[in-house]
Design a protein. Structure first.
Length: 465
């Protein structure tokens, strides 16, 4: 497997620390609102990556956080608290907001066939972990208390900017537009590990700590959760490109300072999905969610298909025209795969050849577009029998997850539905009058039309087979 590593700025051969196991950490959502389809592009890319590892024979241990505290509007610890903003907007508590949007996020992932990671942990469930880390950072001189908060001292590191290619001028917190300067910091790049002086009167979630009643910064959450569940070393850490700085930069700083050694070997980032006006937003313009696409009659998997056509490291611009085209192509593809019939025995040589080709493409820095081309080549190859084609499509779909063999539930014909309901009512009346002969005749009449009924406590239900 070859993958582009942001840390070394090159495509590298992927070699996990333990031969057959991949320890993977992916940054999860801040659950203050629905995920937009840009956020979801990142989760689709991470899903394809995880499934590629599995396809290649690795066991994957993947962990993801759910941010329900500490993430401010600016990733550099300033601005409004996103969770409080959500709670005020909807006149609910922060916990209600978190639960509601976590559930929505889960549903979105399910619709997109994105596997729920093996370990998912909420930021608020790991407070002790962050306190333990911060205490050690203070003891070892990597952190300091100032103005009521605990900060990480970035000047204590030789190479704080290792992940960002040392674009220090662009990166330093304080020079970026809209970021107010925090005068309690010793260095501009320092970041908050623990807040006790909340600027937010409405701050609901606070915990006791050795430094006072307060709450953790956003960055420490991922370090704490990753180390707790995956141990001292991880193989691969992913997120969207906006996570490179400051979030992942800070994760590396505090984790390596705490552990006293190197932490994660591969840092892999997905490019953004933009809308025609540029950056995707939850507050401006059309808020593009999976539900909105569904309302407009687009299938979530058509969106997944659209994402797979572009490389994860390239910006993708969302337009309805592009989604429309992807939908048509997706339907055509499904028509082809659903029409495949088992015929003959598996042609082992051809099966292996195409699997190798697919493997080559997908393990070439996740070239999903080229991997899809292999799928089309299989479908076009007249020398292959149906059994072999089906087996290959099935094998590729373990990574692509496009439900290529799943029949859509057909919308039931309204006339048929009315007819069935009438017959069920007729039968109920017949039974009431103890006319069991008529009741049985009705049942048989329905069965002739492939309608099977069952009497339950809640009434008679039916299934069309
Ligand atoms: P958040 O819920 O804001 O913490 O973001 C969740 C994930 O979505 C993170 O991994 C971000 O890097 C990613 N992300 C944010 N905006 C976009 C976008 N426009 N396109 C792709 N990924 C994004
Ligand atoms: Zn994170």
């Amino acid at each position: 497997m070859k993958i582009y590593n942001t840390l070394t700025r090159q495509v590298e051969e992927f070699k996990p620390m333990h031969e057959a196991e991949v320890k993977m950490y992916t940054c999860g959502p801040t659950v203050y609102h629905y995920a937009h389809i840009g956020n979801l592009r990142s989760y689709i890319f991470e899903d394809v990556l995880e499934k590629t590892f599995t396809y290649l024979g690795y066991t994957v241990k993947r962990c993801m956080n759910i941010t329900d505290v500490g993430h401010l509007s600016s990733d550099s610890d300033s601005g409004e608290d996103k969770m409080i903003k959500g709670a005020i907007r909807e006149k609910k508590t922060v916990l209600e907001i978190a639960d509601f949007y976590t559930e929505c996020f889960k549903n979105d992932l399910e619709k997109l066939n994105v596997k729920w990671p093996e370990i998912v942990s909420k930021a608020t469930d790991n407070i002790e972990e962050y306190i333990k880390i911060i205490e050690k950072l203070l003891q070892d001189g990597y952190a300091y208390a100032s103005g009521g908060n605990i900060y990480f001292d970035t000047s204590k590191l030789e190479d704080y900017y290792q992940l960002t290619n040392h674009k220090v001028d662009e990166m330093v917190v304080g020079v970026r537009e809209g970021v107010e300067e925090d005068t309690f910091k010793r260095n501009q790049a320092d970041f908050v590990l623990w807040f006790t002086k909340s600027k937010f009167k409405e701050q609901e979630l606070k915990w006791d700590s050795p430094w006072g009643y307060g709450y953790p910064g956003w960055h420490i959450e991922c370090s704490g959760i990753a180390m707790k569940y995956l141990g001292e070393y991880i193989d691969i850490h992913c997120g969207g490109v906006d996570n490179i700085f400051p979030h992942h930069t800070n994760e590396i700083a505090q984790s390596e300072a705490y552990l006293g050694h190197f932490w994660c070997k591969y840092w892999v980032h997905g490019e953004h999905l933009n809308d025609a006006s540029g950056k995707m937003s939850k507050s401006k313009g059309e808020f593009l969610t999976i539900s909105l696409l569904e309302q407009k009659k687009y299938k979530p998997l058509a969106y997944r298909f659209m994402c797979l056509h572009s490389h994860y490291r390239k910006v993708l611009v969302f337009t309805y025209e592009a989604l429309e085209q992807a939908s048509i192509a997706y339907e055509k593809l499904k028509n082809k795969t659903l029409a495949l019939q088992e015929e003959g025995i598996l042609e082992k040589e051809a099966f292996d050849k195409y699997n190798i080709l697919f493997k080559e493409k997908i393990s070439d820095d996740l070239n999903t577009a080229a991997a899809l081309t292999v799928l089309y080549d299989v479908l076009k190859d007249h020398s292959l029998n149906g059994t072999t084609k089906k087996a290959l499509v099935d094998s590729f779909d373990q990574v692509l997850s496009l439900d290529l063999f799943k029949e859509e539930k057909k919308e039931m014909d309204k006339d048929l539905e009315r007819y069935i309901e009438e017959k069920i009512e007729e039968r109920r009346l017949a039974k009431e009058k103890k006319d069991y002969l008529l009741a049985d005749q009705i049942r048989m009449e329905l069965e002739k039309r492939n309608v099977f009924i069952k009497d339950t406590r809640e009434g008679t239900i039916f299934e069309v087979r």
